[in-house]
Design a protein around this ligand. Structure first.
Ligand SMILES: [Zn+2]
Length: 123
């Protein structure tokens, strides 16, 4: 792929990544906010061990982050950036043919050409 095109897609991915990070941050904040609702009127029944609560919250955040659609997409964007660094960007990982520019414009982190993608979905 042309170095100019690579730079173009690199910027495209970086912009998407930033946008995504902001979304994840917003989701994370609202999720954590719900979990820490200590305005409950009846708290006397709970016996919290503070250390456990801290670990739980962190584990839950991590699990949430990894399981979320956004966290998943972030991983794919990072992989695409890695492929740019290695000079493998825009090449189908399955058949080795170039992925069409149209497809990359729509899905900059695409790993499969449209033919292989369709095959995979129908499997
Ligand atoms: Zn392919």
């Amino acid at each position: 792929m042309d170095p100019k095109d690579l730079e173009y897609f690199r910027n495209l991915i970086l912009r998407k990544r930033e946008e995504l990070l902001r979304q994840i941050e917003a989701i994370r904040e609202s999720a954590v906010g719900d979990g820490r609702d200590d305005t409950l009127p009846e708290q006397s029944g709970y016996t919290y061990h503070m250390a456990d609560v801290g670990t739980d919250t962190m584990e839950r955040e991590k699990a949430f982050y990894l399981a979320s659609r956004e966290g998943n997409l972030l991983w794919h964007l990072d992989q695409a950036l890695l492929r740019i660094e290695k000079g493998e960007y825009g090449i189908c990982v399955s058949c080795g043919k170039p992925i069409s520019r149209e497809r990359l414009e729509a899905v900059p982190h695409a790993r499969l050409c449209i033919e292989c993608k369709n095959k995979e979905e129908h499997r």
